[in-house]
Design a protein around this ligand. Sequence first.
Ligand code: SF4
Length: 204
Amino acid sequence: MNKINYLTHLPIVETFHSVQGEGTWMGTNAFFIRLAGCDVGCPWCDTKISWNVKKHPEIAIADLVAEAVNADPAIVVITGGEPLMHDLTELTQQLKAKGLQVHLETSGSHPFSGKFDWVTFSPKQFKHPHASIYEQVSELKVVVKDESDLDWAEKNAARIPHNVVKYLQSEWETSSSKDLVLQYVLSHSDWRVSIQTHKLLGVR
Ligand code: SF4
């Protein structure tokens, strides 16, 4: 297989037009670009299909941008997989040149690239974040399965600016994690509960 030319193409799992289901921009008209490739390995990952980059087509950046423009969304969300496995400079430059507002969802496990209007940082214990993410964070969102994730959340919160909004999100399949998150937020007023409304609504 030829090496991907990241200046012109990126490996893509899917694109779709929906609403942002989580965080500060919840409910916003959004065009999603899901990049292929992830080496973080979260056991509860709901997008394992994205992990193997070789299983997904390389799509021209110009075509992705045209699709996003055509959808006419309020925001474009670059997600994955782990999007920072790829150099996002060209994609974000082209999207912004069209006047689009560009958001990123990342575990921060690879060096930062690209220009964004909003960065959702969701650090994972399975592959620790690269130092370059911490000055880019717009909101912090930590998935909680057990108590160790609360320590992990605080460790990462200590490295981001004080005014960044911090969310805890219970792991969808683990019912005990819902209580853990609720109790923690009730006793730590600087944290908020994150809810995956797209799953409640039955949309993507
Ligand atoms: Fe899945 Fe995201 Fe974890 Fe990668 S970082 S394994 S895509 S949940």
